[in-house]
Every structure is written in structure tokens, then in C-alpha cells.
Design a protein. Structure first.
Lengths: 487, 69
């Protein structure tokens, strides 16, 4: 029954994605940014849905299972402030420049702002490398969902593969419009079903007070931050949501807005939407700790699904599992589209390779690149046994550390291409160093102090950008006039 | 925004395990924090919206296809 509901859900997603093709205008701009015609509601839902990934449902509940309510302060409330602030200060300005100069990718913007191909290529590599673990999160979560709801009858790798194929089909047939439509549908679905899952589980456990009183008896340590996280950890997690300013898939979604005014709804409603998704996730994670004690971090990824299969009957379990499945696909589709868009624009077209290809061949090359990335990610999903939450944090750390570049590009006239390059190189070196040093330690912090690597990489990236910029020749006035005139 | 940034630290509830209306006190605080963030963002977009972005930008300039520099 559950598999049947999931199959129906997948068909529905494909129908929505493919239906959007009817509005396709046959142009590249329409495929990549929906001709910048997305309205306020779809913009809110697609931006929120793209950013609220399996990380927010499976990752958050898995981490709440381990560290209790502290995870809400670490990621939810910090994101509720920082992400809409990033949209307000950065997103609207990038939208304006994108609409004015016809940008489709971040690399195009940075390449022209700093007049540097080297920076463009470096950023392309860095952004693609950082996107891979993010894509991996959605893929792992899809596999876990299918395996858990079928009680292991369908192995995880089948779920990973199915989610890849479904996303690949509707992204490449529906383009950005299809992705935005499916995102809107899926966001509504997982917001409703997340709350519904909590309601069903709480009902079966005798209500909120009874469920939480039980947690207070069995695992009182999960009800406070003390002993679970350190003060420096809470502080340094405030930097993690800055990653939203450098996500390639968010950048592309920003560009789809028809008017700047449409950002108003997204910015003001974003914090409430975050609370709406994270409260059920965190509470379910805590409740699961009382029901299924002793799970290792990777297995804790599936606690919501364990609760669903324990407390919800047949069709309802299928519907709730579809809600979980939707979060897995919600970001994966935008990331896949972003990867294809970046490769087509930043490599194939920029380096003139398209002169030797037909439009069909160009599209094929873009799809082959995405297939290659998906194949690499699929391979990684078979051997990765990390917590979804921690995997997400590593990805966000990299993107957040690149944030000074976009701030400088928009607000600091004195910043130079050499400064930006120094910043990217600093991030690449430090991120790799910290990642290797942390290994599989889920509680890794700098020197065991609680300070997260993001604080160090962000500070170093900022310092490199500022020092090298001040030591090199200021940018030409013509460039400054172009980028600081109106945005 | 800066004040909210500072208020994110909930030191006074660090060890508080009380349940308030069925929810842990620390979680209630951060939930209220999300609502406060909503209010601040609403204020930003209503009172301090960057009006120059509202001006309809010119149509996209034709790009030099694939021109590398």
C-alpha cells in the first residue's frame, strides 16, 4: 500500500513537471529562468522548498534525536533571521543585476564584476564540488525513505536511483518552470504532512503533554541545550545560514522573479515557514529518542520514518512517506538544474564550444555533465555512512565561507579580482583541511572548543579578500559604474 | 537585525528543562524568536524597501555568445 502511494506521488510529480512544458517558449532564458516571470506565491514556495531539503526533515529529526532541542536554536531560529536577511540585502540586488544584464548563473555575474576568467573557473569548480554533497543528501534521504517504509524489501540504492531518474526527467523536460511548479506542490505537501505526522504521532501517544512528559522521564537531557552543545557552537552556527547567499540553485531561483516586489512576501514569511517545518521535525526527533533508543548517527536519519511506520496505518503512512520523499526531491531538482545551467553557460557557451555544436548537441552535453555528477553522487551514496545533518553542515560551511565574495561584489567598490581569487583559494584549502581532520567525528569542532570550522573559514576568507584587495590595483571606474550605478 | 542576532544566545535557558504548554522552555524561546524575526523582516520590507530596485530594469543587453576574455 505504501509503495503504491509513493508510486502515485511520483507519477503526480512527473505530470506536474511535464505539464509545465506546455508553457515553454522554446528559448534558453525560458528553460533556465522561466523568462523571469515567476509570481510571488510560487517564488516563496519554490525558494523555501528549494532551501528546505531532506536536511530539514530527516537531518533535523536525526540530529534532534541525538542532541535534543538544541538543534532548533542551532539551525532553525538562526536561519529564520539570517536567510531572509540575505534575501533582502543580497538576493534583491542580484536579481536586479541579473535582470538588467541577463545573467543566468553566479559565475557570469562574478566573471563580469571582477573581469576575470580565472575567478569564474575557480568558482565553477568550487561550487560544483560543494554541490555534490548537497545532492548526496537528497539522494541518501530518498533511499532511506523507500527502504524504511518497505521494511527493507526495497534496498536503499533502488530509492537513490529512482529519485535521480524522476528528478532528471522532469527537470530536463520542464526546465525552471517545471522545477518551480513541482517545488511549490512539494513544499505545500511536506509542510502539511510534516505537521500531520506530528499530529498523528502525538495523537497515538496521548497528546503533546503526555508525549513530552514521557521524554522528560526517559531522556530529560534532550529538553535543554546544556551538555548537548557548547556556547561557541551556538554562536558559530549563526554563520551557517549565510550559505544561502552563495547557493547556485537559490541564485537561479532569485532570477526567476518577475518583480523585485515579489521578494517582499518571501522575506517576511520565511521565518514562519521555517518554524512550521522545524518544530515538527525537532519534536519528532526527540519523541523518537524515547521510542527507539541507541541508534547510531546514520541510522538516526530515519527516525521520522520509523515513527510513521510505527504509528500510522497503511495509506496514511504512504502519504506521510510521500511528504518525506518530497523534501528529498525538492532541492535535488533545483541543484540538478543549476548544475546543467552552469555547465552550459559557464563552460560550453563561455568558452565558445557551442560554436562547434548544434543546439541539440549543446543540450546533450549539458545533460551528460549532469548525468556524470549524478553518477558520482550515486556512487558516493553507496559508501557514505554519515549523518545527513552533518553532511549538510559541511556543505553549508563551504558555501557560507564564500559569502564575503558576494557581499564585496555588491557593496565594496575597492574589492578586486585578486582579492576574490585569494578568498576562494583560502576557502578551498581550509575547508578540505577541516573536512579531512574531522573524519567521521559528528561532534568535531576547532580544537574541541565548540567553535565550528565555518567561523574560521569565514574569517580567513574575509581577511584574504580584504588584504589582497587592498594590496592590488583598484578596479576600473567603468566596471564600478556598471555595477554600482543602480543596484 | 543586529539586536536579534545578539538575542539568539539563550544563556538564561541553557539548563532549563521545564515544559511550558507542553513544549520545552528553550524551544518556546526560539519559536518566539522566529516570530520576532518575522516581525523584523516585515518591518524591513514595509518601511525600508530599496525602492530603486522597484524600477523596472532595462531589457537584458544582448550578450556576446561564448565570448571569453
Amino acid at each position: 500500500v505504501i509503495l503504491g502511494v509513493l508510486a502515485l506521488y511520483i507519477v503526480l510529480v512527473l505530470v506536474i513537471g511535464l505539464a509545465s512544458h506546455k508553457l515553454f517558449r522554446g528559448t534558453g532564458e525560458d528553460f533556465f529562468v522561466a523568462t523571469r516571470t515567476i509570481g510571488p506565491f510560487v517564488l516563496l514556495m519554490s525558494l523555501f522548498g528549494t532551501n528546505m531539503t531532506a536536511f530539514a526533515l530527516l537531518g533535523a529529526s536525526g540530529e534532534a534525536y541525538r542532541t535534543g532541542i538544541a538543534v532548533f536554536g542551532l539551525m532553525a531560529s538562526s536561519s529564520a533571521l539570517i536567510i531572509p536577511a540575505v534575501f533582502y540585502f543580497v538576493g534583491t540586488r542580484l536579481w536586479s543585476l541579473g535582470k538588467r544584464y541577463g545573467y543566468v548563473t553566479q559565475v557570469q555575474f562574478f566573471r563580469e564584476r571582477y573581469g576575470s576568467d580565472t575567478l569564474g573557473l575557480l568558482l565553477f569548480v568550487a561550487l560544483v564540488c560543494l554541490l555534490i554533497p548537497y545532492v548526496l543528501i537528497g539522494m541518501i534521504a530518498g533511499g532511506i525513505t523507500v527502504a524504511q517504509v518497505t521494511d527493507g524489501a526495497v534496498p536503499e540504492w533502488v530509492g537513490n536511483l529512482v529519485i535521480c531518474l524522476v528528478v532528471f526527467i522532469y527537470v530536463y523536460y520542464g526546465g525552471m518552470r517545471g522545477t518551480a511548479w513541482v517545488n511549490t506542490f512539494q513544499t505545500a505537501l511536506f509542510m502539511v504532512f510534516g505537521a500531520l505526522t506530528l499530529a498523528v504521532v502525538l495523537h497515538r501517544m496521548g497528546g503533546l503533554e503526555a508525549a513530552m512528559t514521557r521524554v522528560a522521564e526517559v531522556r530529560p537531557d534532550l529538553l535543554a541545550s546544556a551538555g548537548k552543545i557548547r556556547r561557541l557552537e551556538l554562536l558559530s552556527y549563526m554563520f551557517i545560514p549565510l550559505s544561502a547567499g552563495m547557493f547556485p540553485h537559490l541564485f537561479i531561483h532569485w532570477l526567476t522573479a518577475q518583480r523585485a516586489a515579489y521578494f517582499r512576501y518571501t522575506i517576511s514569511l520565511y521565518p514562519v515557514c521555517i518554524a512550521f517545518v522545524w518544530v515538527p521535525s525537532v519534536l519528532l526527533g526527540i519523541i523518537a529518542a524515547a521510542d527507539f533508543p541507541g541508534l547510531p548517527p546514520a541510522a538516526a536519519n530515519s527516525v521520522i520514518l520509523r515513527l510513521i511506520t510505527l504509528h500510522a496505518p497503511g495509506i496514511l503512512a504512504g502519504l506521510l512517506a510521500a511528504g518525506v520523499f518530497s523534501t528529498c526531491m525538492n532541492s535535488l531538482d533545483s541543484q540538478v538544474l543549476a548544475l546543467g545551467t552552469m555547465f552550459t553557460h559557464d563552460i560550453v557557451r563561455h568558452y565558445g564550444l557551442h560554436d562547434r555544436m548544434t543546439e541539440k548537441q549543446e543540450l546533450l552535453v549539458g545533460r551528460l555533465f549532469v548525468s556524470l555528477i549524478l553518477a558520482i553522487t550515486f556512487g558516493l551514496s553507496l559508501v557514505t555512512a554519515r549523518s545527513i545533518f552533518k553532511l549538510g553542515i559541511w556543505t553549508f560551511t563551504g558555501f557560507a565561507s564564500l559569502f564575503p565574495i558576494v557581499v564585496a561584489a555588491l557593496f565594496w567598490k575597492r574589492s578586486t579580482r585578486q582579492g576574490a581569487i585569494a578568498s576562494v583559494v583560502t576557502v578551498a584549502v581550509l575547508w578540505t583541511w577541516f573536512f579531512l581532520r574531522a573524519g567521521n567525528d559528528p561532534d568535531y569542532s576547532v580544537g574541541g572548543t565548540g567553535l565550528m570550522p565555518v567561523a574560521v573559514t569565514l574569517a580567513a576568507s574575509t581577511a584574504a579578500l580584504c588584504i589582497v584587495s587592498l594590496m592590488t590595483r583598484p578596479p576600473d571606474q567603468a566596471v564600478l559604474d556598471r555595477f554600482f550605478e543602480r543596484a | 537585525v543586529l539586536a536579534l542576532f545578539l538575542l539568539h544566545d539563550d544563556s538564561w535557558l541553557w539548563s532549563d528543562r521545564r515544559l511550558v504548554m507542553g513544549l520545552p522552555a528553550g524551544m518556546i524561546y526560539h519559536l518566539a524568536y522566529c516570530l520576532a524575526a518575522t516581525a523584523v523582516m516585515a518591518l524591513l520590507v514595509l518601511r525600508f524597501w530599496p525602492q530603486h530596485l522597484e524600477v523596472e530594469p532595462e531589457p537584458a543587453e544582448p550578450r556576446e555568445p561564448g565570448g571569453s576574455r
